[in-house]
Design a binder for this molecule. Structure first.
Ligand code: KIV
Ligand code: ZN
Length: 499
């Protein structure tokens, strides 16, 4: 029987560290459920001690997801481990991922320490984590630049202390594929008890070698890979899940299997790109817009005669639907349902009817409704259960005049109206809103983004509002950006008022 390669997805931890790509908890749950459908084995859901938002997300993802192991990151610090264990309390399968830097530069400059002390701290952290969970992964940060002999001592010590998985990160993306593969081989051959644990790759893409390094690690004995959707991650990103999954699928000579349902790759890629506002580069392997587009005459001719001449992957194998229907105001419910299905979203009839109603309204304003719009409409549907809803909004603004807004809210079915002037249309609308919701709220963050292009596009607004010492995230999407902003503000308020 062929070996099993475990897929550890860190889109929601390492991937989410990219500035401007932060997701709120609802969006993280959406991604986590999609990762579960994709078939990943482990979801790294966050770094709980780093922020209340991360702590909360680990709790909510643990509740929402059934099959994958939920993993929480910590430093080799007891308090971090206490908080991670607490955040994982609802997970059906749980893992604590603890670790410390092992390269000479980390030991000297980051920890002002020495090699022996680092081994002691690593062992203590693993033992401490094992008091809470049976599954403990240890990471040797900057293992890529750690001398192999010392690394082997660290790995041996943490396995003895109870680590079930040992992660060998090429944190800076420095290694060459041969060098990284040789490192894994060295550990496989020189660590006593190495077979009691799984070695994991975790490669960054600073020199464009993340996938090559990961595969070299696998070919030399690693049986877990740490990856992200679309290869997102800090700086040049992490190894991309879709590349590793498709390399394994295409290369029958590599006798290894994953649990990935490759037909869910494209919908997952679209969802992550859309929610994180992180476009996929057109020539990105597997999921880029041009990944299967043959434009040269010679290639087109060959592909028409037999696709195998120039195509090593059938686009359908990664969930790309050649016959994608362009949705317009004349599209029916069935076309919308099909598109949502292709994008990985299944809705019950009642919800579908509501999303279809919103779709028709949007299609009246936009010529073509794209995948991002459709995903937004399906997500925006959650506002229907809100305690507070926006009934109407009217704004007057222009150059040389003060903006004025009037709006109507429905709060648990009761109607309220208010008007206000402001420093601009959004300010005027929010001031009017505050006249109805009489609470001390402070707007902490406010981002507006168009989804694709064109002046008829949907604007997507993310907000953070502070109330009573806590920060709440809100989201709104509308072709009118003032309306999207007010919807996002109301979404925040709905998080702390009674549902
Ligand atoms: O790149 C890295 O070293 C990491 C560790 C924290 C696992 O992300
Ligand atoms: Zn990393």
């Amino acid at each position: 029987m062929s070996d099993r390669l475990f897929i550890f997805d860190t889109t929601l931890r390492d991937g989410e560290q990219v500035p401007g790509c932060q997701l709120n908890t609802i969006e993280k749950i959406q991604v986590a459920k999609q990762l579960e459908a994709l078939g990943v084995d482990i979801i790294e859901a966050g770094f709980p001690i780093s922020s209340p938002g991360d702590f909360n997300s680990v709790i909510e993802i643990s509740k929402a997801v059934t099959w994958p192991t939920i993993c929480a990151l910590t430093r080799a610090v007891e308090k971090d481990i206490d908080v991670a264990a607490d955040a994982l309390r609802y997970a059906k399968h749980k893992r604590i991922h603890t670790g410390i830097g092992t390269s000479d530069s980390h030991i000297k400059y980051k920890f002002n320490s020495n090699r022996e002390e680092i081994i002691e701290r690593a062992v203590a952290a693993v033992k401490y984590a094992r008091r809470y969970v049976e599954d403990v992964e240890f990471y040797a940060e900057d293992a890529g630049r750690t001398d192999n002999e010392y690394l082997a001592r660290v790995v041996e010590a943490v396995i003895k202390a109870g680590a079930t998985v040992v992660n060998i990160p090429d944190t800076t993306g420095y290694c060459l594929p041969d060098e990284y593969g040789a490192k894994i081989k060295y550990l496989m051959e020189h660590v006593d008890g190495v077979h009691k644990a799984i070695l994991s790759t975790h490669c960054h893409n600073d020199l464009g070698m993340a996938t090559a390094n990961t595969m070299s690690g696998v070919l030399n004995g690693a049986r877990q890979v740490e990856v992200t959707i679309n290869g997102i991650g800090e700086r040049a990103g992490n190894t991309s899940l879709e590349e590793v999954a498709m390399i394994i699928k295409c290369h029958h000579d590599i006798d290894i299997q994953t649990n990935i349902n490759t037909q869910k790759i494209y919908p997952t890629s679209r969802m992550v790109s859309s929610l994180m506002n992180m476009p996929v580069q057109p020539n990105k392997a597997i999921v880029g817009r041009n990944a299967f587009a043959h434009s040269s005459g010679i290639h087109q001719d060959g592909v028409l005669k037999n696709v195998q001449t120039y195509e090593i992957i059938d686009p359908k194998d990664v969930g790309i639907d050649d016959n994608a229907i362009v949705l317009t105001a004349r599209s029916g419910r069935a076309a919308l349902k099909h598109r949502l299905h292709v994008l990985g979203v299944e809705l019950e009839q009642e919800k579908l009817d509501k999303v279809y109603e919103d779709f028709l309204k949007l299609a009246d304003k936009k010529k073509e409704v794209n995948d991002d719009d459709v995903l937004l409409l399906a997500g925006a549907d959650r506002s229907q259960n809100h305690h507070i809803k926006l009934d109407y909004l009217q704004v007057t603004s222009g150059v040389g005049v003060r903006s004025v807004a009037s709006l109507g809210l429905s709060i648990a079915g009761e109607k309220f109206e208010a008007a206000s002037s402001g420093n601009g249309p959004v300010d005027a609308a929010i001031e009017a809103l505050k006249k109805i919701i009489r609470r001390q709220m402070v707007l902490k963050e406010f981002t507006i983004q168009a989804i694709s292009k064109g002046s008829d596009d949907v604007g997507k607004v993310h907000m953070q509002v502070e109330y009573d010492g806590h920060v709440y995230y809100g989201f709104g999407a509308n072709t009118d950006i003032v309306a999207a902003s007010v919807e996002a503000y109301i979404d925040c308020i709905n998080k702390f008022v009674k549902q």
